[in-house]
Design a protein around this ligand. Structure first.
Ligand code: TYM
Length: 320
């Protein structure tokens, strides 16, 4: 079983990326062949500042490794280190119906968030399909917001196989139930575009301020606090044991404490949970040469797989 997924370095890593994709994807490392990558070509659709871009790439690189990616067991690489993906994207483009792309939520959301409707944004799902199909993935662990893109990938693979012969595996999205959509500090989906994220790495003071700034209702101190749909409870759930979660909820329902107390408890849990990952991140950051070697080795191994698929696709359409 080949597991394949990626994160785009279009901003700082946030805990939605971690719980929605990185953690569930790395948990599968022992059950099959893991291939994890940094979707830098994709990030270029929205990041147009080279210095920022380089720093986001470094953060995502170190982040995956700090979160437990084992580069000996798994393949880890940067999308742009295997530029063959662009050729496959073209071969898929020629059979991609416009209507399929027009229906994609992520494209519509990007426009709603003020991005100019570029060809890159529009064709984004085709490049994503090329990623997944180039590496003949079986399972693609993603958050719910990427499910539609994996469905587009399946449609394109089936269409290509029917038209030109059997080249691609048909991949399955894998969406972790408890982490399909991680909510942000304002109760909406955690997303950079809503400015409601909690960063995985970065300034501790900012992290604290944002946790203490989580939006709550105006229930008075003495009154019981609602736990259904509470952002605090939803976030606490991610880092607590079932017993701790039950105690947190019972306490909230008793009343007598303000939301500030529950925010402090949540902050402490989050900080403890991420402490070892943050520690590893700092250690890796101090050894850039080791990280460079890991990425170079990953690119070589990824390329060997990519070459095979691309040759088969080129042959199927008659280019080779
Ligand atoms: P990206 O970089 O936006 O997000 C990376 C992963 O994190 C998940 N995620 C979330 N999950 C739950 N709750 C949230 N609030 C949340 N925010 C983000 C995303 O669902 C995703 O799984 N298009 C992809 C990158 C990509 C890719 C691929 C992924 C390019 N090619 C091939 C898989 C396979 C993206 O923008 O992810």
């Amino acid at each position: 079983m080949r597991i394949f997924t990626g994160v785009k370095p279009s901003g700082h890593l946030q805990i939605g990326n971690y719980f929605g994709a990185i953690k569930p994807a790395l948990e599968l490392q022992n059950q099959g062949e893991g291939i994890y990558f940094i979707a830098d070509y994709h990030a270029l659709t929205t990041v147009h500042n080279a210095a920022d871009f380089r720093s986001y790439i470094e953060e995502v690189q170190l982040g995956w490794l700090a979160c437990g990616l084992d580069p000996k067991r798994s393949i880890f690489f940067r999308q742009s280190a295997v530029p063959e993906v662009n050729e496959l994207a073209w071969l898929l483009s020629i059979i991609t119906p416009m209507g399929l792309l027009e229906r994609c939520h992520a494209y519509k959301d990007a426009l709603a968030n003020g991005f100019a409707p570029s060809h890159g944004l529009f064709a984004y799902p085709v490049l994503m399909a090329a990623d997944i199909l180039l590496y003949q993935a079986d399972i693609v662990p993603v958050g719910k917001d990427q499910k539609q893109h994996v469905e587009v990938t399946r449609d394109l693979a089936i269409k290509f196989n029917e038209k030109f012969g059997n080249v691609f595996h048909i991949p399955q999205p894998r969406i972790s139930e408890e982490a399909a959509t991680i909510i942000g500090i304002d109760g909406r989906k955690m997303s950079k575009s809503y400015d409601n994220t909690l960063q995985l790495f970065g300034d501790d003071k900012v992290f604290k301020k944002r946790v203490m700034g989580i939006k709550t209702d105006s229930t008075p101190i003495e009154a019981p606090k609602p736990v259904e749909g509470s952002t605090l409870v939803e976030l606490f759930k991610l880092v607590a044991t079932p017993e701790e979660l039950a105690a947190y909820k019972v306490d909230m329902q008793k009343g007598g404490k303000g939301y500030g107390d529950y925010k402090k408890l949540l902050l402490e849990k989050l900080q403890n949970y991420f402490a070892p990952i943050r520690q590893r991140y700092s250690e890796l950051k101090a050894h850039p040469d080791d990280v460079r070697d890991i990425m170079a080795d990953g690119a070589k191994r990824a390329r060997a797989i990519a070459d095979q698929t691309l040759q088969a696709a080129r042959h199927a359409v008659g280019l080779a």
